[in-house]
Write a protein of this length. Structure first.
Length: 94
């Protein structure tokens, strides 16, 4: 079964004592134990292309639209004013 976007899969290889981990990008790693497979899967995105959301939050036109995943509504600061609850240049909440 092919990996879906964002899905990590671990399966047992019948007839062996091996587990196969498959990353959302399709990369595969075979190991003898679950700890090794999960460490590889969770560390694997480092150094490879990770899919991005096609609609980044900063391109929304409605400032009252909730941001994922917190569900908080975005509030824009008036022109020339800096919001104290937002990290400068990032739009991320402190």
């Amino acid at each position: 079964m092919p990996a879906r976007r964002g899905l990590l899969r671990v399966v047992w290889l019948p007839g062996s004592d091996l587990l196969q981990g498959t990353c959302h990008c399709g990369a595969v790693h075979v190991a003898e134990g679950p700890v090794e497979v999960w460490e590889w899967l969770l560390g694997h995105p480092t150094g490879h292309h990770t899919p991005t959301d096609p609609t980044p939050n900063d391109t929304r036109t409605d400032p009252t639209t909730p941001d994922a995943p917190t569900g908080r509504a975005r509030a824009e600061a008036p022109a020339g004013k800096v919001r104290a609850d937002v990290l400068p240049g990032t739009g991320a909440a402190r």
